[in-house]
Design a protein around this ligand. Sequence first.
Ligand SMILES: [Zn+2]
Length: 54
Amino acid sequence: MTTCLECDAPLTFPPDLIDGEIIPCADCGAELEVLSLSPLQVGLAPAVQEDWGE
Ligand SMILES: [Zn+2]
């Protein structure tokens, strides 16, 4: 089973999962990018940086 890299919760994937898809963790909200489908591998998607300006 693939689990969230942040909180270790089990991840559920849609049946039509595609390479590069971003799967949000239902538990902690982390965004996980599908790196590979076979074998299934996910990595943390780069967080969108807040631009606070100056
Ligand atoms: Zn999580």
